[in-house]
Design a protein around this ligand. Sequence first.
Ligand SMILES: Nc1ncnc2c1ncn2[C@@H]1O[C@H](COP(=O)(O)OP(=O)(O)OP(=O)(O)O)[C@@H](O)[C@H]1O
Length: 258
Amino acid sequence: MSLLHVQHLSKTFGGVAALDDVSFELPAGQMLALIGPNGAGKSTCFNLINGQLRPDAGAVLLAGKDIAGMPARHIWQRGVARTFQVSAAFGSMTVLENVQAALLSHRRQLWRWWRPAASCLRDEAMALLEQVGMAAQARRACGVLAYGDIKRVELAMALSNAPRLLLMDEPTAGMAPRERQQLMALTRRLVSERGLSVLFTEHSMDVVFAFADRIIVLARGQLIAQGEPESVRRDARVREAYFGSGASFGEANMGSPA
Ligand SMILES: Nc1ncnc2c1ncn2[C@@H]1O[C@H](COP(=O)(O)OP(=O)(O)OP(=O)(O)O)[C@@H](O)[C@H]1O
């Protein structure tokens, strides 16, 4: 059984079908890329899976249990975490404090925040920072970190509820090519080590084709292709959706689709 099984998911906004009868699966321990031109329905799909939106129809099975329409917090408690394009870390707090706050929030122990930060789940936070290669910078304020390092901290924060499924919304947006590769290689390692499943949206095709085990492609709310990277790269409907022609994906970096 797949960890995530999306079945016939639909969502309409004022007559616009943002997602139209979409179905796909994500097995445990895999990275699945969700791609498509602007307005294809990627964010809507994410928001339906993590409970920010209720579907008009369809199911979202997490390990066999339908979570569609549950409050976002309940879905998070069931092991669905998300990273955002916009930074979720507090710049004035240290790296360690940000991860401690994420751990405390998961356990609904915010009252403990009034104690000295050092006593709150310090070892657990440090263990997470070790995993993302940020332990050495634990005492630095997030506000002074390089962008790629902030992304690592956010990854540690997302891991604070020991997720089974991690949703990553354009994880490498705004990063230099080398930083992109490093962040996704780290994500890949976490997937292997923790048996995590990752669903990610991404406009950078070099990242998608290098790191996705499988790819699903949306266009105007409909799933138009899915499969392994090479078959998706060759798919005529995908090229049509991206370029409106028979043009092919470049070998390296496509940049943002039109
Ligand atoms: N809250 C909303 N109210 C009205 N229409 C919406 C809403 N959210 C999304 N839409 C519409 O649904 C469609 C899908 O939007 P969505 O944001 O899911 O696409 P996307 O693939 O994430 O796009 P992008 O790559 O530009 O972020 C678009 O036509 C969008 O205008």
